[in-house]
Design a protein around this ligand. Sequence first.
Ligand code: GUN
Length: 294
Amino acid sequence: MTAKMIDGTAIAASIQEELTAEVAQLKEQHGIVPGLATVLVGENPASQTYVKMKRKRCAEVGIHSVGHELPADATQEQVEALVRELNADPAIHGILVQLPLPGHLDEEAVLNAISLNKDVDGFHPVNIGRLAMKGREALFAPCTPAGCIELLDRIGVEIRGKEAVVLGRSNIVGLPVSMLLLKRDATVTICHSRSKDLPAICRRADILVAAVGRAEMVKADWVQPGAVVIDVGINRVDDPAAKRGYRLVGDVAFEEVKEVAGWLTPVPGGVGPMTIAMLLQNTVKGAKRAAGLL
Ligand code: GUN
C-alpha cells in the first residue's frame, strides 16, 4: 500500500486565496486593513528566515506587516516596552514574538505582556489555559497545531473517537496539538523520550502526530497500516550531494512509512506551509474581532 500524500502547500495556497478575498472585502466594506507586527530578537538565521517568510505571505494576502528587530543583547524591559507599544497601536491586530528568544530573556514574561486580543500565535498563558479546559475556547489557537487539525479537516479525516498519538510534548506543538485533538473528541496519548516502548504506543494510533525534532525517528513498524501520519519535524541532515550540503527531513522515515500509512505529510511541503496560513488566518480574525465583526 502507498499512502496518499497530504499536500500542505496546495492546502495552504487555497487558504491564502480565501484570505486574500476576505481581506479585500474587509477593506472595501469596512475600511479595515489587518496588521501584524513581528518581533525578532537577535540573529538566529532560522528565525530570520521564518519571519521573512511570514511577512512575505502577509504582503501576498494584503495584510499590513511591520517588522521590529532588536539586538541579541536587548533587555527584558526593551522587549516588553516594544510589546506594550504594539498592544496600544490600533493598526496592529496581531503581535508575533519569534521564538526562541535569547537565553537571558524571560520568555514567559514576554508572552504574558502580549495583549490577549493580539496573541495571534496563541502562546499567551491564558490562551493556552483556555485551550486546555473543557468548555472554554482560546481566542487564538497556536498556528502549527491548528495547521495540523486543518489538514485533517481538509482531507476529510474524522477526528472524533479516533486514537490519536502525539509524539513530543513541546509548548509550541506537542502539548497544544494534543489539547486540540482532545477538544475534537479524539482519545489522546502523549508520548515522549521517557515513554516505554514508543513503537508500540505509536502503533495504536489512527492519527499519529510526530513532533519530536529527531530526524526520521518514526519507522514503518511504528505505524498502524492505514493510519494518518502528520509529520511536524523539520530536521537538517548532512547531504554532500545537495546544493547547500544538507537536506530537510521530518521526524518520520518517509520512504518506508509511505508504504504503510494511509495518509502522510511530506517534509517539506506538509505542515510547514500551514503554520503561516494559520498565522494569517488568526491575524484576520484579530482584525475582525477588534472591529466588532466577530
Ligand atoms: N518558533 C517556532 N515556531 C514558532 C511559531 O509558530 N511562532 C513563533 N512566534 N515562534 C516560533
